[in-house]
Design a binder for this molecule. Structure first.
Ligand SMILES: [Cu+2]
Length: 131
């Protein structure tokens, strides 16, 4: 599935992130203890992994840099949450979060500040801090 949304910022695209390994088995160990601010890869894209657990979005605050592309990889790991989608209003993002399936939200923040995202009912939220 591929969805292109128009947003206030350029180069916003959502793609389903299919892991290279076949999904469905419990074979993939998730790196749970990554620091919130991941280093940029060689293409300058900063990949930030988020999970949705019964506690909400984790980590709930990540830091990125203005003018640098960001790739959020979001995996919902529980059904005990109302966060079955991620709404990032400032960017026009409304991304469904299928269970145990990483989905990718890519954008390039143009200015410093904070981008707030939340579930559809705005109960559970997190922040991307743009520096
Ligand atoms: Cu909710």
């Amino acid at each position: 599935m591929k969805t292109i949304l128009m947003g206030a910022l350029a180069a916003l695209a959502l793609t389903a992130a299919m892991p290279t390994a076949a999904h469905g088995g419990a074979t993939k160990a998730a790196p749970e203890s990554k620091p919130a601010a991941a280093p940029a890869d060689k293409n300058g894209v900063r990949t930030v992994e988020l999970t949705v657990t019964s506690k909400g979005f984790e980590p709930a605050n990540v830091q990125v840099k203005a003018g640098h592309p960001v790739r959020l990889v979001v995996t919902r790991k529980t059904d005990k949450t109302c966060a079955t989608e991620l709404i990032l209003e400032d960017l026009g993002v409304n991304q469904p979060l299928p269970l145990d399936t990483p989905v990718t939200v890519e954008f390039t923040p143009s200015e410093t500040g904070t981008l707030r995202y939340a579930c559809a009912m705005d109960h559970i939220s997190g922040i991307v801090t743009v520096q």
